[in-house]
Design a binder for this molecule. Structure first.
Ligand code: SAM
Length: 280
């Protein structure tokens, strides 16, 4: 066991259990699939097993990051200048604050992840950036997350907030809990706040989700639960979706293909949506 001091800004302690390094983590495997460098041998091993079982996992994670960029850009243009990024993962190219700040230079972002390794990387890479905090928290505990100094210091809950849930709700096996947790966060946000969400689909015939589900049981906190469009629609029912509604991530306001970019069908995997909290 490696004891790390609890940083004043963090919620849960940054203590690494042996399991945290000896078993693959969702954050680090995702980093491997994205071509990052913040992962270990166990993560690479599972990442390669995933690619062997379903080669589409690489375009799937890339499209998820691309959706993040388009959704955050859209929200920043819509006037959102503060973001709560839950299950934010290991910082990689095109982080939320970098994307938002291309539109709103002083946009503020609170990153929260349950994985101590992801948070440690985040604190190293982003911790000194003004208006950006990284803390450890379990999104299933909205009161704890919203009460964490690192989150409270950055977000003004009396003004609209962009709640970001990219590729994380599939880590909650209980759909009713996922719905209740999202509703609880939304209840703390003023009208005009926004939700952007992506979620691994359970009913995309192009993807062998059973293989992904089976291999993901290697994660210490349990495997993932892909969901149908109908189930995801129920989880995010508290917001009014903007066009084009709940669609595959690649179909959400795609950007024009750049010169020289290869043709090909946009891929698959995640469903995605953006919506606003209505006046109550
Ligand atoms: C697939 S990664 C997605 C990272 C990032 N949101 C993105 O889309 O690029 C899922 C992340 O969710 C985190 N996570 C899983 N369960 C969580 C929970 N209960 N609370 C907070 N974070 C969680 C994992 O540690 C991991 O970093």
């Amino acid at each position: 066991m490696v004891d790390e001091p609890r940083t004043p800004a963090s919620g849960l302690p940054l203590r690494l259990a042996e399991d945290d390094l000896e078993r693959p983590s969702s954050a680090r495997v995702y980093d491997f699939l994205l071509g990052g460098t913040s992962h270990g041998a166990v993560d690479r091993h599972l990442g390669r097993e995933l690619i062997d079982a379903e080669p589409l996992v690489v375009p799937i994670v890339r499209e998820n990051r691309s959706f993040l960029r388009r959704a955050v850009t859209f929200l920043a243009h819509a006037g959102i200048d503060q973001f709560l990024d839950l299950g934010s993962g290991i910082p990689t190219m095109g982080n939320t604050h970098e994307v938002a700040r291309r539109v709103v230079p002083d946009a503020r972002v609170a990153y929260v992840d349950v994985d101590p390794v992801a948070v440690a990387h985040g604190e190293l890479l982003l911790g000194r950036t003004t208006g950006v905090t990284v803390s450890r928290g379990d999104l299933r505990r909205p009161d704890d997350v919203l009460g964490t100094p690192a989150v409270r210091d950055v977000l003004d809950l009396d003004r609209p907030v962009g709640l970001l849930l990219f590729s994380v709700l599939q880590h909650l096996p209980d759909g009713e809990e996922a719905r209740a947790v999202v509703a609880e966060y939304l209840s703390h946000l003023v009208a005009g706040s926004a939700l952007a969400v992506s979620h691994l689909s359970g009913d995309d015939p192009r993807v062998d989700v059973d293989a992904v589900r089976r291999l993901s049981t290697a994660y210490p906190r349990g495997g993932i639960t892909p969901r149908s469009a109908g189930d995801l629609a129920g989880i995010i029912a508290g917001v009014e979706l903007v066009a084009p509604g709940l669609v595959f991530a690649a179909q959400w306001r795609p950007e024009p293909r750049r010169v020289g970019e290869p043709d090909g069908e946009p891929c698959c995997g995640h469903r995605a949506a953006v919506g606003f909290v209505p006046a109550r």
